[in-house]
Design a protein around this ligand. Structure first.
Ligand code: IDP
Ligand code: MG
Length: 149
């Protein structure tokens, strides 16, 4: 099944949104396959956001990500990359629909609470970067109540 990398950014941690965010993915029917609470090194944040290194906001973005601990996770399930992005909401919180994480909990694009992989390919890269030791192997006993196959 498909996997995505999800990170609760430092503002999400400081504001006490960890439980709310995990609940949304859990209740949807996705499986948590890895999770760690950690401080990120500057060079690691730069590597994670390497594709954005030419953007004018890159330095501020890196400072934001290293401003406090983050929660890094891997979630698995059918179409979890795209559906995860829809659960998260638009990058700019003022464009994020109510009911999404950013629509409900964020105001500024530079304080938008959460990261989610934008493609299956990038998800694989991010998971390898953040969890080089691999993931947990498990399947819920409720699986047939959530998935047809
Ligand atoms: P995404 O997080 O929705 O995938 P990206 O375009 O990949 O959005 O940008 C990564 C992160 O960079 C955003 O989540 C946001 O925190 C930050 N960011 C994006 N655009 C801006 C901007 O115009 N100003 C400041 N920060 C930005
Ligand atoms: Mg992105």
């Amino acid at each position: 099944m498909e996997q995505t990398f999800i990170m609760i950014k430092p503002d999400g941690v400081q504001r006490g949104l960890i439980g709310d965010i995990i609940s949304r993915f859990e209740k949807k029917g996705y499986y948590l396959k890895a999770m760690k609470f950690m401080n990120v090194e500057k060079s690691f944040a730069q590597q994670h956001y390497a594709d954005l290194s030419a953007q004018p906001f890159f330095a501020k973005l890196v400072d934001y990500i290293i401003s406090g601990p983050v929660v890094a996770m891997v979630w698995e399930g059918k179409d979890v990359v795209l559906t995860g992005r829809r659960i998260i909401g638009a990058t700019r919180p003022w464009e994020a629909a109510p009911g999404t994480i950013r629509g409900d909990h964020a105001v500024e694009v530079s304080r938008n609470v959460i990261h989610g992989s934008d493609s299956v390919e990038n998800g694989k890269k991010e998971i390898a970067l953040w969890f080089p030791g691999g993931l947990a192997e498990w399947k819920s006993n409720l699986h047939p109540w959530i998935y047809e196959n």
